[in-house]
Structure formats: structure tokens, C-alpha cells
Design a binder for this molecule. Structure first.
Ligand code: SF4
Length: 244
């Protein structure tokens, strides 16, 4: 168990999942640079993150909900958590207009909680806003899954599905919190704490993804990576001279 003083931000997971050096530059060295993608993302989050609760018929929307997990040592905020009222006649009456097209697998939703200010029982569904579109790597899914872990600990309930709303496509992408995603997310959280304790910034290594990185100019992956190669070459040469 972690103490309140040792919680790390959930948002750091997406940086770590994208690039370990990017995470270190932002979270260890305090560097942050805006580019078009980060500005678009910020605007989307500001719209979602207004710290208010809305009631719409038989579901409620909590914005900017504060999250915390002492088990995993994380804290942050959820853009949106929707609470859907559970009808007596079960999931057949789930309010489709509120979650778009619910996949059949959404019937796996297991959480079934009570709210202090409303009667009945409710399903919590975390929703994250992102610019762009669905990515090849599960970077955004990891962040949403970490939010689900926090909600599960806070509500003592299991959550099996969440959504990511992408600004580019204006669509919700369903994310199932299955064993594979849970295991991957937990191992990344473990690495986050280990790297935060070690406080070492990994060296730069240029990859295609660097072209979209907001920290490219601070990182200089080609220059620093090349400098390292030159040093490696000189070290090798020096060793071969010594060994004759
Ligand atoms: S430029 Fe590349 S290596 Fe540097 S922080 Fe960004 S993604 Fe990582």
C-alpha cells in the first residue's frame, strides 16, 4: 500500500507508454512543450473537465471526478464518469442514447453500486476525451484502465467497460478491461514507480514516433542518439588500441 505522499499521476502512464524518455523529460526534468496535438488535447479536456455533475433522466454524469488508488499508488481525475441506473428488468433497458451503440460484450458490466444522493443501483462507466483517433498501441486504453482501477478501489466494485471519445472522429471507442489489459496496465504502473524511484532519464533513440513528439526539440533524438554512437565508437576504438 502507498501513502498519500507517494501517489503518482495517472496521466504519467500515457507518457511512459509512449516513450520512457518522454516520461522522464516531463516528470523528472519538468520539461513540457506544446505542439498542435497537445493543444488540441488540452482544449478537449478543458471542455470535459468542468468539475460538475449533471442529471439526465436515468443516468448521471460526473465531470472531473477525483480518483485515487492506494493499492497502486496513483491519483488523478476522470474526464467523465457516467452512472447508469440499473433497471429491475436488467440490462435490456440500458439507456442506449447515453453510451452510443453498446456492444453485446457490455452486458459483462459487473459494477452495481449505490449513490449517496440518488435511489437505486448504478453502473459506473469512465470516459476519457482524447484528440486524434484510435492508436495502434494501447496507450490511451492503459490510462483509462488505470482510472477504472481507481474507481474500483474507491467504489468497491468491478468495472468491465469504459469509453474513449476521440476528437478527430467524434466517436466513442469501447474499451473492455479484460485480463490482458489489466495485466499490461499493472505492469506499466509498477515500472512507473520503479523509474520514478530510480530518477534516471533514459538516453534518446530516434524512432518514427519521435516526429509527433511534443518534446522533440528538447530531446534531440537524432543528435543525442548520434553523439552516443560516436562515444560508443570511440570507446570501442580505445579498447582495441589498448588490447593491441
Ligand atoms: S523525441 Fe523520441 S526519444 Fe525523444 S522523448 Fe520524444 S519520442 Fe522519446
Amino acid at each position: 500500500m502507498f501513502s498519500e505522499d507517494n501517489l503518482l499521476p495517472i496521466s504519467a502512464l500515457q507518457h511512459l507508454a509512449f516513450c520512457e524518455r518522454q516520461w522522464a523529460l516531463i516528470h523528472l526534468e519538468g520539461q513540457w512543450m506544446e505542439n498542435r496535438l497537445t493543444v488540441e488535447g488540452k482544449i478537449l479536456h478543458e471542455r470535459a473537465d468542468t468539475d460538475e455533475t449533471e442529471v439526465r433522466g436515468d443516468f448521471r454524469i460526473a465531470r472531473g471526478l477525483r480518483l485515487r488508488s492506494l493499492r497502486l499508488g496513483l491519483s488523478g481525475r476522470a474526464d467523465i464518469v457516467e452512472f447508469h441506473q440499473i433497471e429491475d428488468s436488467d440490462n435490456e433497458n440500458m439507456p442506449e442514447e447515453s453510451v452510443g451503440s453498446l456492444a453485446q460484450s457490455d452486458s459483462l458490466i459487473a459494477a452495481n453500486i449505490m449513490l449517496s444522493n440518488a435511489a437505486g443501483r448504478w453502473h459506473p462507466i469512465p470516459i476519457e476525451y482524447k484528440h486524434g483517433r484510435v492508436k495502434n498501441e494501447p496507450i490511451d486504453e492503459v490510462q483509462l484502465c488505470a482510472q477504472a482501477f481507481c474507481l474500483e478501489e474507491m467504489l468497491s466494485a468491478r468495472i468491465n467497460v469504459g469509453y474513449i471519445f476521440y476528437g478527430k472522429t467524434r466517436r466513442r471507442h469501447a474499451v473492455m478491461f479484460d485480463d490482458k489489459l489489466r495485466t499490461h496496465t499493472e505492469s506499466l504502473i509498477h515500472k512507473l514507480h520503479m523509474m520514478n524511484d530510480a530518477r534516471v532519464t533514459p538516453v534518446a533513440r530516434y524512432e518514427k514516433k519521435c516526429d509527433n513528439c511534443s518534446l522533440y526539440d528538447a530531446c534531440l533524438p537524432k543528435t543525442i542518439g548520434q553523439a552516443r554512437s560516436v562515444k560508443h565508437y570511440l570507446d570501442q576504438t580505445w579498447r582495441s588500441v589498448i588490447s593491441g
